[in-house]
Write a protein that binds this ligand. Structure first.
Ligand SMILES: Cc1cc2nc3c(=O)[nH]c(=O)nc-3n(C[C@H](O)[C@H](O)[C@H](O)COP(=O)(O)OP(=O)(O)OC[C@H]3O[C@@H](n4cnc5c(N)ncnc54)[C@H](O)[C@@H]3O)c2cc1C
Length: 377
């Protein structure tokens, strides 16, 4: 016996959850999640920074459009704020001044940042090593996100609207006949005219299972480390400090300091774990840029950031496979873009685009865009 729905979503990370919640007031939705709990993979492992100048211009447009949701979520969506102010300070050494100038010269970046001198940077973050920073720019309107509150808010909204999440339910087999998809898990079979691929690092694997052409979505490992802050310096109000070439960043995190070497190592989709070498590189780079003496690691983890070849998310119906919808390739921006990405994906599935979403670069997000079409062999 199969259960019938309007839409089957594969993956209950932030992508699947945000879409499911958006769709559930008009569609019968089920989300299939392979793991024991939603958010086990990338969604539960992020740095939780909201920055409107991070990522390429399409990503930045999605993030800007998501700001309103983060600052004024719908009533009852969450019990505490989704964002708390935390500026992003992009720093440059003497050798990186050109990169900083080029970065800030982009229109939609320049509008969001102000120039900061080396001594001002030091005031904002007194652990920066004197002489290391030559210049910086500050994105004052950046923020820490409460990723769990956002994710749980969507899952709650989904349930309130009659939608379902099924855990321990890997989508194993797909078939399509008479305009209906059939998706089989270990225990059950589900039918719907639309299947959504929101499988994060597994997006290409799910596509292959369904008979779609993979788009070259590549998972990349990023390492994160939590360390003790210096005992004699109040760190809670530090901005997030990010090297303009993104070779490391650090920020306060619940009384500790979060650091990363901003690694981006291509790897097969898996429950990724941190490598000792990347932990050591994180510490070394942060120690070079600061006066921090890191002697104790409180926690380390790694997560996957999955990129399409042009580093732009993929949102839309597959051009060659009926009823197969992509919501994948969110890279390092899937949390901050989720409110708009989820709403846009729902509108495209409904085939009813509200005016506020029409301004978005929809063609650049399409799975049929030129950058994703394999060159003829
Ligand atoms: C260290 C790090 C720092 C980051 N920092 C930020 C940041 O500051 N800001 C930001 O916006 N983003 C950040 N990101 C990126 C962000 O975490 C991701 O873009 C986002 O979580 C992707 O969400 P997702 O739902 O696509 O993937 P996931 O959360 O991985 O969810 C996909 C789900 O699909 C499930 N699945 C896969 N295959 C199947 C199947 N066959 N059947 C059923 N289920 C399946 C998986 O189990 C998984 O739970 C960071 C990521 C990392 C790793």
């Amino acid at each position: 016996m199969s259960e019938h729905f309007d839409v089957i979503i594969i993956g209950a990370g932030i992508a699947g959850a945000s879409l499911a919640a958006n769709l559930a007031n008009t569609h019968r939705v089920i989300v299939l999640e392979r793991e024991e709990f939603a958010g086990f993979h990338s969604t539960g492992r992020s740095a939780a920074q909201f920055s409107e100048i991070y990522g390429n211009s399409t990503v930045r447009a999605l993030t800007r459009a998501s700001r309103k949701f983060f600052y004024t979520p719908p009533q009852g969506f969450c019990e505490s704020p989704l964002v708390m102010p935390r500026g992003s300070l992009f720093i440059a050494t003497q050798d990186q001044l050109r990169q900083l100038t080029d970065f800030a010269a982009q229109n939609d970046v320049g509008d969001c940042v102000r120039a900061v001198t080396a001594s001002q940077a030091l005031q904002m973050c007194p652990v920066l090593r004197p002489g290391y920073v030559a210049a910086a720019v500050l994105e004052e309107a950046a923020a820490d996100m409460d990723v769990n509150a956002l994710h749980q808010g969507y899952l709650r909204q989904l349930r309130q609207r009659g939608g379902r999440v099924l855990l321990n339910a890997e989508a194993l087999e797909f078939s399509y006949a008479k305009a209906i998809w059939q998706v089989r898990t270990h225990d059950a079979t589900f039918q719907a005219p639309v299947v959504v691929n929101a499988a994060g690092a597994w997006a290409d694997k799910v596509a292959v299972r369904a008979g779609a052409r993979p788009l070259g979505i590549q998972p990349c490992r990023r390492t994160a480390v939590l360390v003790d802050p210096p005992p004699d310096i109040a760190t809670a109000k530090f901005p997030m400090v990010i090297d303009v070439d993104e070779t490391f960043y650090f920020k306060p995190d619940a009384g500790l300091l979060f650091l990363t070497p901003a690694d981006e190592n291509p790897i097969d989709a898996c429950d990724v774990q941190p490598e000792e070498i990347d932990v050591a590189i994180a510490i070394d780079r942060v120690q070079q840029a600061t006066t921090l003496q890191i002697s104790r690691i409180r926690k380390r983890w790694a997560g996957l950031r999955s990129f399409a070849p042009d580093r732009t998310p993929v949102i839309g119906f597959d051009p060659c496979l009926s009823g197969f919808f992509w919501l994948a390739g969110q890279g390092g921006y899937g949390i901050q873009t989720a409110p708009t990405a989820g709403a846009l994906a729902a509108a495209l599935i409904r085939q009813d685009l509200p005016s506020e979403l029409r301004e978005l670069p929809i063609n650049e997000l399409s799975p049929g865009r030129a950058a994703l079409v394999a060159p003829a062999s």
